[in-house]
Design a protein around this ligand. Structure first.
Ligand code: FE
Ligand code: FE
Ligand code: ZN
Length: 287
């Protein structure tokens, strides 16, 4: 079985989002932990949370993922930006934990000139203010494409962040296929090599989620533009190998592709079909 879903809007509330997942034929979702560009958030009341949790249980959803706002920069050397980021990550870890979400992912941030070392120190300090060691939720660092002064373009940088925090047991990794490809990890021609490297540097057990995106931009371009699966530079065959890899196939996959709910519904069924076909072919052609 494969756990797959997409990024869903929570404009109509968390229960509505989960109902839309079911309609889509998906079995998980990613949601924003709050307004992605602003600072506003919704307070979920107890009744809504209970209905939402009942619905996800009845429909056998896999692990759910919250995404922190894009504007959050925990690596920033600018006081105001940094303090805002610290506050958001602290509040949203707590809020999403209460909501019963398994993982929250964030972009480590951009150092904007203070240097990667200083940026990483800021990220570590911010995480230490957010995590008490008592939360059930895991905080996932996302692999980044490396545009500008982005931190998280290499597995080594993510490792430094995790090693530096007081509660590393609460830190995992979310691998974004578009981002690692743009960062220069060749998941098209050498997926095994990339996963070996991940395992050697971070440990494969830390991998908790996959953002399954194709890339509009070429390999190693350090540009982050998602494409619909199969229509970008990574291509469907390579993405199917990701979905079907023995080290990855048990993980939840989240699409962040530029489509609406109807488009995502079709995309998911297209992926399921292609994967079934691939498995049939390889199963039938063994000798
Ligand atoms: Fe992301
Ligand atoms: Fe992503
Ligand atoms: Zn991206």
């Amino acid at each position: 079985m494969m756990t797959i879903g997409t990024h869903m809007s929570i404009a109509g509330g968390i229960l509505q989002a989960a109902e839309n997942v079911v309609k889509m034929g998906a079995d998980t979702m990613q949601i924003f932990s709050r307004n992605p560009r602003g600072s506003g958030y919704r307070v979920y009341d107890k009744e809504e949370i209970e209905k939402f949790q009942a619905l996800r249980r009845e429909n056998g959803f896999g692990p759910l993922l919250a995404h922190a706002p894009y504007t959050l920069n925990l690596a920033s050397g600018t006081e105001k930006t940094y303090e805002f980021a610290c506050m958001v990550i602290r509040e949203d870890v707590e809020r999403m934990d209460k909501l019963g979400i398994e993982n929250i992912v964030f972009h480590p941030g951009s150092h904007t000139g203070i240097g990667a070392e200083a940026g990483i120190r800021n990220i570590i300090a911010g995480l230490d203010m957010a995590l008490t060691g008592k939360e059930n939720i895991m905080v996932l660092l996302e692999t980044m494409s490396g545009k500008g002064t982005e931190i998280g373009v290499s597995f080594e940088e993510l490792k430094k962040i995790r090693d530096g925090v007081e509660h590393p047991e609460q830190i995992g990794i979310c691998l974004d296929t578009c981002h690692v490809f743009a960062a220069g990890y060749d998941i098209v021609n050498d997926l095994d090599g990339v996963l070996d490297e991940f395992d050697r540097i971070l440990g494969i057990d830390l991998l908790r989620a996959i953002h399954l995106n194709d890339s509009m931009m070429p390999f190693g371009s350090h540009k982050d533009r998602h494409a619909v699966t199969g229509s970008g530079e990574i291509g469907m065959d390579a993405l199917l190998r990701v979905l079907d890899h023995p080290l990855l196939s048990g993980l939840p996959f989240y699409l962040e592709t530029p489509l609406d709910d109807q488009g995502h519904k079709e995309e998911i069924s297209r992926i399921r079909e292609a994967l079934a076909q691939k498995r049939n072919l390889s199963g039938g052609g063994k000798d």
